[in-house]
Design a protein around this ligand. Structure first.
Ligand code: GDP
Length: 174
């Protein structure tokens, strides 16, 4: 069993992606089980690999340093002890809230994937590469993948990628 946390500011499309991935296989969400640290959103088993998706608190930037610090700590706790962190962003935008989410990712040693969502919306496709280069300077992601949670574009590829990072799939990170 592997644990995955999807972090990102509100409206980037986290629930849309989860609904698409979990679909009808969304098994125990209604009972809202807890692990010692995490609230489980859903579990999916495929190819003998079990992926557990855990909840992360919303990341809003507020005009109050103490609250921001508190929320950042909550986000950091949520991504602790997972096998994979997915940072999700909305198209080619990088906001202060994305930056806060990144800080929570940065303090962890788990591998991290950057998911650029809503690519169906991106008109300026030629801006994708320069944008990704810019983001890469902030953090070295293990993978960067553009998807559309809404249309499903690339979501199967993302799922195989997620599977490959789960402990039983034999992937080890240094
Ligand atoms: P969350 O707050 O991160 O969980 O975001 P939601 O999943 O609630 O999505 C926020 C809004 O973005 C909703 O109106 C979704 O329908 C929309 N949305 C999510 N993913 C996509 C996408 O890939 N393409 C487009 N066009 N809209 C999307």
């Amino acid at each position: 069993t592997g644990y995955v946390a999807i972090v990102g500011r509100p409206n980037v499309g986290k629930s849309t992606l989860l609904n698409r991935i979990l679909g009808q296989k969304l098994s125990i969400t209604s009972r809202k089980p807890q692990t010692t640290r995490h609230q489980i959103l859903g579990i999916k088993t495929e190819n003998d690999v079990q992926v557990v998706y855990v909840d992360t608190p919303g990341i809003h930037k507020i005009n109050d340093k103490a609250i921001n610090r508190y929320m950042n700590k909550a986000a950091t706790t949520a991504v602790k002890d997972v096998d994979l962190i997915i940072l999700m962003i909305d198209r080619l935008r990088w906001t202060d809230e994305d930056e806060m989410a990144l800080q929570a990712v940065k303090s962890q040693r788990a591998p991290a994937i950057l998911v650029v969502n809503k690519v169906d919306f991106i008109r300026e496709k030629e801006e994708l590469l320069p944008f990704l280069e810019e983001v890469s300077k902030k953090h070295t992601f293990d993978q960067v993948i553009p998807v559309s949670a809404k249309t499903g574009h690339n979501v199967e590829r993302l799922e195989s990628l997620i599977e490959s990072y789960m402990p039983e799939s034999g992937y080890f990170y240094p």
